[in-house]
Design a binder for this molecule. Structure first.
Ligand SMILES: [Fe+2]
Ligand SMILES: [Fe+2]
Length: 209
């Protein structure tokens, strides 16, 4: 595993990763499966970053922290999002599962001011994606969808097969579209903003072809 490679990071960077992992273990102690998922996303994001020329440290860090607020009750998350003035274009009660990344990205910088904005942006958009996705945003989004603890499903297997064989934009696209298809097939509420994000991303892909 890349993370075991002592040469990848400086001693200071390794200490940062260890401190954030220890903090996450305390934060997610009531949810061991979510803790295992988060650490797995972090490793997967780090590997993807190394494959695609993205900063592995910030990928690892974003993975560690991305589900920090998954221990917060959804009603409490809605209340916090309202206090923070989060605007989703619909009642926040309809988009509860999307709020944990956005709230964490607004609140955690006060706890970790040493982390760069790009990490918080990746965490903010890990549930919804965004019309403009940076490579780090894409790495975290994909890692969240394909980390090895996720049971195999056709959409996930399709995305996993693209890693290393296709450009990062295409791997992300597969993961993003697979997520929307999943919502449709399950008959779940589709966040209307997802349609706008889909159209913006599709137009961007059409322009670059
Ligand atoms: Fe999440
Ligand atoms: Fe996650």
């Amino acid at each position: 595993m890349a993370g075991e490679d002592g040469g990848l990071y400086t001693a200071q960077e390794r200490a940062l990763v260890a401190r954030l992992e220890a903090d996450l273990k305390a934060q997610l102690a009531p949810k061991p499966c979510r803790l295992a998922h988060s650490l797995s996303v972090a490793r997967t994001a780090e590997d993807l970053a190394l494959t695609y020329g993205v900063d592995p440290l910030w990928a690892r860090v974003a993975g560690i922290l991305h589900d920090w607020d998954k221990v917060v009750a959804e009603d409490e998350l809605v209340a916090r999002a309202r206090r923070l003035g989060v605007e989703m274009g619909v009642d926040l009660g309809l988009v509860r599962p999307l709020l944990h990344g956005i709230v964490a990205a607004r609140e955690l910088p006060a706890r970790y001011p040493e982390l760069p904005d790009e990490v918080w942006h990746a965490i903010a958009v890990h549930t919804t994606a965004a019309p403009e996705m940076s490579p780090l945003d894409e790495v975290l989004f994909v890692a969240d969808g394909i980390e090895p603890l996720r049971p195999p499903a056709p959409g996930i297997e399709k995305t996993r097969a693209l890693v290393g064989a296709a450009p990062l934009d295409d791997v992300f696209w597969s993961s993003f579209v697979g997520g929307i298809v999943y919502v449709l097939e399950e008959g779940r509420y589709l966040y209307p903003g997802s349609i706008d994000i889909y159209n913006a991303l599709a137009a961007g892909r059409a322009r670059t072809r």
